[in-house]
Structure formats: structure tokens, C-alpha cells
Write a protein that binds this ligand. Structure first.
Ligand code: HEC
Ligand code: HEC
Ligand code: HEC
Ligand code: HEC
Ligand code: HEC
Length: 254
């Protein structure tokens, strides 16, 4: 991981930020820096993992809540990955002979954590807190795509600065009631069905999902309209969100 948070990117950022203040030349500096950003590669490509863990199996078919494994997602900036103990709470009883789970059993026996390959990450000069976004009803799928259907996890979005700013500039187009973050997955389980062998395509849904849920479940881009936008605007007022402040450089870079 050391090379990933390279001091060079940090220097580039500092120099480029200074550039932005200084003048139009900066556009070139930032532009050329962005094309080299290593943290925005591998979108859509699963990485090899020690165990082929399926979110589809666990989160949808078994209906395990995200928070059972990503314990801190509501409570801290970092959601955390599950410990071996969490996997073993079931796998000491289920599929105990599966060779696929051998690395988990070994980890448990040797008391050595499983090292998962990290898919989503930002450079060190960007601050991103999970808890605040979840508290505002921003869906995991806004940023992680159709995560609940992934058989092997992949990175769904490039986290360009513009991706973050698009929402920070107009939050009411994305805000939703807090409980909807979790309702999405219950509804996907309830109203989704797997196409039969021979039928083309991904899992589909019976009527029951709202338009917003449908788009998010598929990992599509969604902006609130109509009724959803009225709710979004009300929530923006309730939370006293000022989009001007939300786009301050110092919000994400300090
Ligand atoms: C049974 C445990 C479990 C549950 C439930 C679970 N996850 Fe995960 N999740 C994992 C494990 C293990 C990894 C690391 C391996 C991988 O990337 O597949 C992971 C990885 C991820 C990642 C990618 C992390 C990275 O490397 O950047 C995201 C995003 C994620 N989970 C979101 C979710 C969401 C959203 C839900 C609920 C719909 C959820 N997870 C439910 C165990 C779980
Ligand atoms: C709440 C119980 C539960 C937890 C917690 C759980 N699993 Fe599972 N897991 C299951 C069940 C049940 C199956 C069988 C699913 C099926 O085939 O439909 C399964 C299947 C699997 C499989 C496929 C096994 C095979 O041979 O096809 C893998 C791999 C796996 N789990 C890994 C993990 C990992 C890694 C963790 C921890 C991050 C984890 N599981 C946590 C219940 C759980
Ligand atoms: C507004 C965008 C956004 C939302 C919403 C969001 N995430 Fe993330 N997630 C990110 C970013 C960005 C990263 C990389 C963070 C970093 O490197 O600091 C990340 C990283 C992760 C990781 C990897 C953490 C690690 O230590 O390896 C997991 C797991 C994860 N997210 C789970 C979730 C879950 C579960 C939810 C919903 C409850 C969620 N995320 C909602 C943007 C988001
Ligand atoms: C879909 C909408 C959305 C996206 C995408 C998004 N954010 Fe946010 N972000 C919000 C909202 C809403 C808040 C909460 C504002 C509030 O309550 O004052 C927020 C707050 C924050 C805060 C402020 C926390 C604080 O201390 O007040 C930071 C930092 C932040 N976001 C970083 C990021 C970064 C970095 C990204 C891109 C990787 C990102 N956000 C993507 C909606 C979003
Ligand atoms: C909502 C969060 C957010 C805000 C606000 C924000 N940035 Fe960023 N910034 C990011 C993210 C995420 C990245 C990394 C992704 C990328 O390179 O686009 C980044 C990267 C950068 C980079 C480095 C580009 C590179 O590839 O090395 C510079 C320079 C920068 N930001 C300057 C600014 C300036 C100047 C402002 C204020 C006008 C600002 N940022 C406001 C999220 C934000």
C-alpha cells in the first residue's frame, strides 16, 4: 500500500492547489495531474481476493445487513472490513469443508487477519467520512454502484473530484430519509428475482421498488425529481446544509 499514497501525489496536489489560486495555468497542471491519478483506475474490474466473497449471496440471498460486517459505517469515518470472527460466526457451522473458505479457517486457527485487497480508496490529501453521508441518507450505491449484487466485489465509480462536487453543489437532488439507506436492500431482497437459466441479464425486479430504489439497485445515476426532490429540499433545510460551504476546498482538503 505504501506506493499507493505516494508523497508525489500529495506534492502535486499542494502545488496544483496553489496553482488554482495563482492563475489559469493551473487548469493545465490539475488536468495533467488528474490523468495520472492512480487511485481512479480499476473501475469495473474485480481484484483477486483471498476468498471469493459474494455480496449477492450474503447481502441479498441471505439478507445479512451491511452493518453486520461493516460495523462502523454509521459511527465513524471508516466503515471497516469484517474480522475473521464475523465470518466464522456462521462458517464454523456452514460450509465448514468448503475449500473456498479454507483461508478463513486458517486465519482463525493461526489468529492472523485475512488481508483483503482494497478496491476503493482516495489519496491521503482527501478526507472522506462515511458516517456523515449515511446520516444524511446518501445511499452506499450512490458511490459503490450495485454492490449488493456483486458476486466478486469491484470498484464501481471513479472518485474524481467532480464526482464529489456534483452532489455537494446540489445536495437536495440526492438527500433521502436516513432509513432508506437500509430499506433499499430489504426491498431488493423482497422484490428482486434472479432470471432463470437461459434468460439474459442481471437480476431483475418485480414491481415494488420505487424509481429511486430501482436506479440505485442497478447502480445507475439518480437525481431526485418531483416528490423525491421536495423531500430532498426539505431535508436540506432540516439539516441546515449550505451547499456553498460544502464546496469549500477545506471541506475535503485539510
Ligand atoms: C457477510 C459480510 C458482509 C456483508 C453482509 C457485507 N459486506 Fe461488504 N465486504 C465484505 C468483505 C469480506 C469485503 C472485502 C472483500 C471484497 O471486497 O469482496 C467487503 C467489501 C465491501 C466493499 C469494498 C471495499 C473496498 O475494498 O473498497 C464495499 C463498498 C462494501 N463491502 C459494501 C457493502 C454494502 C453496501 C453492504 C450491504 C448491502 C455490504 N458490503 C455487506 C463483507 C460483507
Ligand atoms: C450469517 C451467516 C454468514 C456469515 C456471517 C458469513 N457467511 Fe459466508 N455463507 C453463508 C451461507 C449460508 C453460505 C451458503 C450460501 C449459498 O450457497 O447460497 C455462505 C457461502 C459462502 C461462500 C461460498 C462457499 C462455497 O463453497 O460456495 C464463501 C466463499 C463465503 N460464504 C465467505 C464468507 C466470508 C469471507 C465471510 C466473512 C466476511 C462470510 N462468508 C460470512 C453464511 C454466512
Ligand atoms: C458519498 C460516497 C460514499 C457513500 C455514500 C458510501 N461510501 Fe464507502 N467509500 C467511499 C469512498 C470514497 C471510499 C474510499 C475512502 C478512502 O480511501 O478514504 C469508500 C470505502 C469503503 C470501504 C472500504 C474501507 C476499507 O477500509 O477498506 C467500505 C467497506 C465501504 N466504503 C462501505 C460502504 C458502505 C457499507 C456504505 C453504505 C452504508 C458506503 N460505503 C457508503 C464512498 C462512499
Ligand atoms: C450523493 C451526494 C454526495 C456525494 C457523492 C459526496 N458527498 Fe460529501 N457530503 C454530502 C452531504 C449531504 C454532506 C453532509 C452535509 C451536512 O450535513 O452539512 C456531505 C459532507 C461531506 C463532508 C463534510 C463533513 C463535515 O465534517 O462536515 C466531507 C469532508 C465530504 N462530504 C467529502 C466528500 C468526498 C471526498 C466525496 C467524494 C469522494 C463526497 N463527499 C461525495 C453529500 C455527498
Ligand atoms: C467534496 C470534496 C472536495 C472538495 C470540496 C474539493 N475537492 Fe479537490 N479533490 C477531491 C477528490 C476526491 C480528489 C481526488 C480525485 C481527483 O483527482 O479528482 C481531489 C483532488 C484535488 C487535486 C489534485 C488532483 C490530482 O490528481 O492530484 C487538487 C489540486 C484539488 N483537488 C484542488 C481542489 C480545490 C482548489 C478545491 C476548492 C476549489 C477543491 N479541490 C475542493 C475532493 C474535493
Amino acid at each position: 500500500m505504501a506506493q499507493v499514497f505516494s508523497p508525489v501525489s500529495n506534492t502535486i496536489a499542494k502545488v496544483a492547489m496553489l496553482g488554482l489560486v495563482v492563475g489559469p495555468l493551473s487548469t493545465l497542471v490539475v488536468g495533467s495531474a488528474i490523468t495520472r491519478s492512480p487511485y481512479n483506475t480499476n473501475v469495473g474490474t474485480p481484484l483477486a481476493q483471498p476468498v471469493p466473497f459474494s455480496h449477492e449471496h450474503h447481502a441479498v440471498e441471505l439478507g445479512i445487513d451491511c452493518r453486520y460486517c461493516h460495523n462502523y459505517v454509521e459511527k465513524s469515518p471508516n466503515p471497516g472490513l469484517p474480522s475473521t470472527q464475523i465470518c466464522m460466526s456462521c462458517h464454523s457451522q456452514i460450509w465448514t469443508d468448503s475449500p473456498l473458505i479454507a483461508p478463513i479457517r486458517r486465519s482463525y486457527r493461526d489468529n492472523q487477519p485475512v488481508v483483503w485487497n482494497r478496491l476503493n480508496w482516495l489519496p491521503r490529501f482527501v478526507y472522506f467520512p462515511h458516517d456523515i453521508h449515511i446520516a444524511r441518507g446518501i445511499s452506499c450505491n450512490n458511490c459503490h454502484g450495485p454492490i449488493q449484487h456483486m458476486m466478486i466485489t469491484y470498484k464501481a465509480k471513479a472518485f474524481w473530484m467532480s464526482f464529489c462536487l456534483n452532489c455537494h453543489r446540489q445536495p437536495s437532488k440526492f438527500l433521502a430519509p436516513r432509513k432508506d439507506v437500509w430499506k433499499l436492500y430489504r426491498d431488493v431482497q423482497r422484490y428482486g428475482y434472479k432470471k432463470q437459466v437461459g434468460e439474459p441479464g442481471e437480476p431483475d425486479y418485480r414491481p415494488g421498488l420505487t424509481a429511486r430504489e430501482y436506479a440505485l439497485a442497478q447502480g445507475e445515476y439518480w437525481e431526485n425529481q418531483g416528490k423525491d426532490l421536495v423531500v430532498g429540499e426539505q431535508l436540506k433545510r432540516d439539516y441546515h446544509i449550505h451547499s456553498v460551504q460544502l464546496t469549500n476546498c477545506s471541506v475535503c482538503h485539510h
